[in-house]
Write a protein that binds this ligand. Sequence first.
Ligand code: E4P
Length: 215
Amino acid sequence: MKFFIDTASVAEIKEAAAMGVLDGVTTNPSLAAKETAPYKDILKEICRIVPGPVSAEVISTDTDAMLREADDLVKIADNIVVKIPTTLAGLRAIKSLTDRGIKTNATLVFSPTQALLVAKAGATYVSPFIGRLDDISQDGMQLIADVVLIYENYGFSTEVLVASVRHPIHVVEAAKIGADVVTMPLKVIEQLIKHPLTDIGLEKFISDYKKANKQ
Ligand code: E4P
């Protein structure tokens, strides 16, 4: 399972990269809006830090404008993946970019039918947003299970990138289903390593060592 960080913060990306388990980055316009530097400058810096795939999102809503934006984004670095919203216009853009060998990430996916279509169009990644489904009382993880099954049934090469992840249980459930990638905020990556019994056990080992060595 690949781990991506879901942020446009260079500081957070550096922190996650230092853990040695970071495979890529996903950004979006809302994440970029939290930063002060221009989006393209941030993307350039992120691509310098992380050699893996870095998703950069278009904001246009018609196919031709999406393709023009994609052409600009891929000039930033070789590891840019163009993030395209999963609409009819987006589907056409994904197909066109795939035909030209440009990697894409189909974003804002909320149904198995959307996932099936973007796989047929050749998307490199599909991003089902599970947290946002959970927020409206729909089972986000069931969508991941459905998409993984559908892709396995037909041998689609599109990777299932679990997005809108809110807590470690999302990561565990996605791993049990066999999703290819999980993108998560730094906070969730950090939560994955934490266990209170590890902290309590370590404290006891240290105090017992001191006792044993009369320190
Ligand atoms: C993924 O690519 C998206 O940027 C992200 O996971 C959206 O998450 P949110 O629902 O927490 O905004």
